[in-house]
Design a protein around this ligand. Sequence first.
Ligand SMILES: *[C@@H]1O[C@H](CO)[C@@H](O)[C@H](O)[C@H]1NC(C)=O
Ligand SMILES: *[C@@H]1O[C@H](CO)[C@@H](O)[C@H](O)[C@H]1NC(C)=O
Ligand SMILES: *[C@@H]1O[C@H](CO)[C@@H](O)[C@H](O)[C@H]1NC(C)=O
Ligand SMILES: *[C@@H]1O[C@H](CO)[C@@H](O)[C@H](O)[C@H]1NC(C)=O
Ligand SMILES: *[C@@H]1O[C@H](CO)[C@@H](O)[C@H](O)[C@H]1NC(C)=O
Ligand SMILES: *[C@@H]1O[C@H](CO)[C@@H](O)[C@H](O)[C@H]1NC(C)=O
Length: 231
Amino acid sequence: MKAGCSQLKPVLLVLILNLCFYASYQLNELQVCELCSGAVLNGTAVGRFCSSSAGRIDGRCCLKNDNTSDPERIIGLDLSNCSLTHVEDLHGASTALMIDLSLNPIVNISDTAFQGFIELNYLILPQDIVCPGGNASWEKVEFKEGNRLCEGQRDMCNQTGQLSINCPENSICAPYGPSFFECSCEHNFHGYKCLREGEFPVLLVFGPLGVFMVVISFLLWVTQRRKVKSL
Ligand SMILES: *[C@@H]1O[C@H](CO)[C@@H](O)[C@H](O)[C@H]1NC(C)=O
Ligand SMILES: *[C@@H]1O[C@H](CO)[C@@H](O)[C@H](O)[C@H]1NC(C)=O
Ligand SMILES: *[C@@H]1O[C@H](CO)[C@@H](O)[C@H](O)[C@H]1NC(C)=O
Ligand SMILES: *[C@@H]1O[C@H](CO)[C@@H](O)[C@H](O)[C@H]1NC(C)=O
Ligand SMILES: *[C@@H]1O[C@H](CO)[C@@H](O)[C@H](O)[C@H]1NC(C)=O
Ligand SMILES: *[C@@H]1O[C@H](CO)[C@@H](O)[C@H](O)[C@H]1NC(C)=O
């Protein structure tokens, strides 16, 4: 993929680079759907959810677009009975509302496996695997048919009682997956700890090189936002 993108005239390069980023994102999504063979079956939790949401099944995924101008995104992922032992990277499916990992000999789920899964509201796990972030990150945890169900992701920014989340000045707390939150800078502030005021310098740079710089600046900006989150 990357090799195919080189050897192009600089003018085209930026455009092509963007296309390549997009393509590798798509590839990533598809890889999650092909993590194991077979397709989502009608009778399963994800199958029922998919047909009730009018989604489209592709391998182990249920895909849907909000409207015809938007690209399709993964709303359901069924990796049930897939012989998975470790769950580390499912990030292609970070838009999913429902994920089924039941009937797998899972020994370990990485703490960050569901970081960024802000929509995830229904997770089915083998009975002995705890819900990501622990019980406190979910409205309801129950056992059913030998599985553990984690239902209703709690908003970490709205925890009355226990730990109160303090984002730095000029930033707002936003959910970022079970047990995670991020502090994003308020409008007109940016940079480390949102200390810099003024418009983000997107419009200062024009031209093909400019577009490339914008992509880089954006990536840096995102990295900095993440840094603030881990305070
Ligand atoms: C699943 O449902 C679809 C649409 O309702 C149907 O076309 C398909 O045959 C069903 N598949 C199975 C295995 O029952
Ligand atoms: C499609 O979705 C986008 C973003 O969610 C929204 O801005 C736009 O108005 C929608 N278009 C229609 C026709 O609903
Ligand atoms: C799990 O997969 C195996 C082989 O792929 C199959 O024989 C078995 O029936 C499946 N079990 C369930 C509960 O679907
Ligand atoms: C689970 O993963 C963590 C870190 O990735 C590792 O330290 C730990 O030993 C693993 N536990 C098992 C049971 O594999
Ligand atoms: C989490 O909730 C489940 C189901 O209610 C319960 O069995 C388990 O003991 C709880 N775990 C902790 C650490 O509180
Ligand atoms: C915060 O939580 C309370 C009770 O859990 C709820 O009534 C309220 O709507 C929540 N606020 C937000 C912004 O989610």
